[in-house]
Write a protein that binds this ligand. Structure first.
Ligand SMILES: O=C(CO)[C@H](O)[C@H](O)COP(=O)(O)O
Length: 228
């Protein structure tokens, strides 16, 4: 089955978790694109009254174009549920996000949500994190110094570039550095180190955050509950 069909199957299933009256967080990415379509369909057909906050201007535009109410997170009460994609999820339900350079906003929304669901195709489920490069959002001022520090730590940093060779800029005009660290045996230790590096605004390790994972598989959709 085509990978997009698996993403859509997971997204369609996750949209069923949305309930009338909910304050909902919407993630970013190609899987979330299908989710927003599925949620909008439910809003239309079942006359659901939901309010959402979004983790990117892309998702916000798609949602509001489809008639979903989008508000600023600063004006939102605690979120009932956030549904987002992920780049990798390990067997302990720890994740890497930020393939779409939106992990700072995604983490802010996730930590302000009572429940988090990730929607993925089966290729994202791994034993140990690290095959996917770990994204960092980095302040441009002094970013070469941050790069040098990461190199000295053998974290194999690489500035993310656009197709025309420019440095990728996030929503907040910061740079993205991807770490090609290989297997991440101890994600909490790495996250703790990264949390203490001045100039790094946020990293893409999402630890102890997800409650449920909805996986699009060749054999059907599987829903797994994380032990939290
Ligand atoms: O973290 C993200 C964006 O920053 C996305 O959730 C992640 O990259 C998954 O994207 P996709 O659904 O397109 O595979």
């Amino acid at each position: 089955m085509d990978i997009n069909q698996l993403k859509k199957a997971a997204a369609d299933e996750a949209a069923k978790f949305v309930e009338d009256g909910m304050m909902l967080g919407l993630g970013t990415g190609s899987t979330v694109f299908y989710l927003v379509e599925a949620v909008a369909k439910r809003v239309r057909e079942e006359n659901l009254h939901i309010t959402t906050v979004s983790t990117s201007s892309r998702t916000a535009k798609q949602a509001s174009d489809l008639g979903i109410k989008v508000i600023d997170i600063n004006d939102a009460p605690p979120l009932d549920l956030t549904i987002d994609g992920a780049d990798e999820i390990d067997e302990h339900f720890q994740g890497i996000k930020g393939g779409g350079a939106a992990h700072l906003l995604e983490k802010i929304v996730a930590i302000n949500s009572k429940r988090n669901i990730w929607i993925v195709d089966q290729s994202k489920m791994v034993k140990t994190l690290g095959a996917f490069p770990l994204p960092l959002e980095v302040i441009p001022f002094g970013s070469e110094k941050v790069y040098q520090r990461l190199t000295a730590e053998n974290l194999h940093p690489e500035f993310r570039l656009t197709e025309d060779g420019q440095r990728v800029r996030t929503h907040n005009k910061n740079f993205v550095i991807d770490l090609h660290v290989g297997t991440i045996e101890h994600p909490h230790i790495l996250a703790d180190w990264l949390d203490h590096q001045t100039g790094i605004v946020e990293h893409g390790l999402f630890l102890d955050l997800v409650n449920q994972v909805v996986i699009g598989k060749e054999s059907g959709v599987e829903i797994i509950n994380a032990p939290r």
